[in-house]
Write a protein that binds this ligand. Structure first.
Ligand code: RFL
Length: 394
């Protein structure tokens, strides 16, 4: 069997690449280890930057999102027992769209497969890439139904299989550099069956650790609690979670938290990596497969979409017009935004975690960064630009 493009992974990156290809009449095959139902119900991200929404809209992929997403232009920092509203839309002219990742994935699966006629094979096992440096690469996998190994020939492979995928490992170590950064903290990621307790995202900086509140839908709210890396979620029973959230998000005049059943409780160790370059031979990585950004600055899915727009457009230019220029510049263009977001994430991590670091020096500088946002209009404008991701374009 032969397809011009094989996309490994049906996350936001892979499905967007596939949809862009299908819209241009380029055939492709998407391989996914999980089932359709699993990926359409896997909760993760929820905050999408306006430029990414517009990118989806231009490619005909944002109809439901634009109808159903909440639009946000403010966030709130709580520290020293006080609340500080930060009105970033007033400063940047841009908003965030709150739309759970699984809804976007479901929309993209529908558009790619049901509307644009693209093929997805679910439940595949043991995906392997072959001949990436030749002009005729191929991908093989174990088929879910038959248990047999199948081989698909192609011109290009899009490695969109996320942080735990296999495509990154197909790049020879001597040809890529992997830069890593470990924040040394964990976050307990929670989903509560409860309406939001504020009309915007809330960040709590507290000597006991960071806490975050993010709307997902009228019925479900995401919370985060800083914890030791590798902590056991079993150490966090319902009562302890809510007591800690109340303490760390407490501030004068803040509305009380609306409690609810915890439907997700996972410990995420905060670390990042960046693979450079994001291409090897006929393989192009996109999204978390190429770069992981801990959810500190809510950037991961946005970067995945940015890569996918560029990769989809680049593959279309190459396969329909023989124009190689976009693919040649793909890695460098993506990495400019990736490193910009990495730096912001590192800066923001110190703001969130410095207060609880047990080091008065780090606590002092974290507080200085926070105060600067509220007493320097120039610092506030710069923060707004990075928070909403408007500086870099493409
Ligand atoms: P995904 O979404 O991980 O999709 C990869 C797909 O590949 C499949 N797969 C394979 N398929 C075939 N063969 C293999 N060998 C395979 N191995 C894996 C997987 O099953 C999956 O379907 O990667 P993609 O497309 O690059 O998208 C990246 C985003 O999912 C990720 O960056 C975000 O979820 C990060 N993130 C957030 N990003 C934001 O922009 N805003 C947020 O608010 C935000 N919140 C979050 C987040 C990530 C979180 N977690 C769980 C780490 C909140 C959390 C809690």
């Amino acid at each position: 069997q032969r397809f011009p493009v094989v996309v490994v992974g049906a996350g936001p990156a892979g499905l967007t690449v596939g949809s862009v290809l299908r819209a241009a009449g380029v055939d492709c095959l998407v391989l996914e280890t999980e089932s359709r139902s699993f990926i359409e119900h896997r909760p993760r991200a929820g905050v999408i930057e306006e430029w990414a929404v517009r990118g989806l809209e231009r490619r005909g992929l944002a109809r439901n999102l634009l109808e159903r997403a909440q639009v946000h232009g403010e966030c709130e920092f709580r520290f020293g027992g006080e609340r500080y509203r930060f009105r970033y839309a007033e400063l940047s002219g841009r908003h965030h769209f709150v739309y759970p990742q699984q809804f976007l994935v479901a929309d993209l699966v529908h558009e790619y497969a049901d509307v644009r006629g693209g093929e997805i094979r679910f439940g595949v096992r043991d995906v392997r890439l072959h001949g990436l440096e030749s002009g005729r690469p191929s991908v093989s996998y174990i088929c879910a139904e038959s248990g047999e190994r199948r081989l698909v020939e192609c011109d290009f492979v899009a490695g969109c299989d996320g942080a735990r995928g296999v495509t990154r490992a197909a790049m020879p170590p001597q040809r890529v550099r992997v830069a890593r950064y470990d924040y040394g903290v964990g976050w307990l990621a929670l989903l509560a069956e409860a309406p939001p307790s504020s009309d915007c995202v809330v960040f709590g900086m507290h000597r006991r650790g960071f806490a975050g509140h993010m709307q997902r839908s009228p019925e479900v709210t995401r919370y985060y609690l800083q914890c030791p890396p590798g902590d056991d979620p079993g150490n966090w029973p319902h009562e302890r979670v809510w007591a800690e959230l109340r303490e760390r998000l407490g501030a004068a005049g803040a509305p009380p938290l609306t409690e609810g059943r915890l439907i997700e409780r996972r410990v995420l160790d905060m670390h990042n990596y960046v693979v450079e370059p994001m291409a090897f031979g006929r393989l192009f990585l996109a999204g978390d497969a190429a770069h992981l950004t801990a959810p500190i600055a809510a950037k991961g899915m946005n970067l995945a979409l940015h890569d996918a727009f560029l990769l989809g457009d680049g593959l279309v230019a190459r396969l329909t017009k023989g124009d190689d220029s976009a693919l040649a510049g793909y890695s460098a263009t993506c990495l400019a935004r990736v490193w910009d977001y990495q730096e912001f994430s590192q800066w923001l991590s110190e703001v969130y975690h410095g207060t609880a670091a047990g080091d008065p020096y780090r606590a002092g500088t974290a507080l200085a960064r926070l105060r600067r946002l509220f007493d320097s209009p120039v610092a506030a404008a710069a923060f707004a630009e990075q928070y909403i991701g408007t500086r870099t374009t493409g």
